[in-house]
Write a new protein. Structure first.
Length: 158
């Protein structure tokens, strides 16, 4: 082999040697965790849940928790629009911000809210306690104490 061939082959052989060493290291690391290797590949790709659990274990606890108890509804005021039942009657159309609710004399109510959309149901009044039985969008029952002063309806959780 002449001197010119050695100059050309030397860098090629060095590259081949480095490639073989790198390939051996990667192959050995892919087989499983071994001592002395800098990089070990996981045995399998982690799922989204496993990746999330590694990033934020506290959120997984909250996702899997079951909460029980009583939710306390805040107090709010509605102002009567148009004509109503008069006096201390809840009958009429009431508005608060973007939410509107209409109580009819036959015990029905309906309304619209930007958060939940249209809703309706039946209601009853005993003294100053309003019981609202929602039929749409989901069935639920709520009780409020209420007071009416001029054209303002104040609803509070009993």
């Amino acid at each position: 082999m002449n001197q010119a061939s050695k100059k050309i082959l030397a860098p090629v052989l060095a590259s081949v040697f480095l490639l073989l060493v790198f390939s051996f290291t990667v192959s050995a690391a892919a087989v499983g965790p071994q001592t002395g290797l800098a990089v070990a590949f996981p045995a399998k790709e982690l799922s989204v849940v496993e990746k999330t659990a590694q990033l934020d274990k506290a959120s997984i606890v909250l996702i899997n928790s079951i909460v029980t108890g009583t939710a306390i509804m805040p107090s709010f005021q509605l102002v009567q629009t148009g004509s109503g039942g008069g006096g201390a009657s809840i009958v009429g159309t009431w508005q608060s911000g973007d939410e509107t609710i209409t109580f009819t004399a036959n015990g029905q109510f309906s309304g619209n809210s930007p958060q939940s959309g249209p809703f309706s149901g039946t209601y009853s009044v005993q003294g100053n306690v309003l019981t609202a039985n929602y039929l749409t969008p989901t069935q639920a029952t709520f009780q409020f104490t209420f007071s009416i002063a001029e054209n303002t309806l104040q609803l509070s959780h009993p």
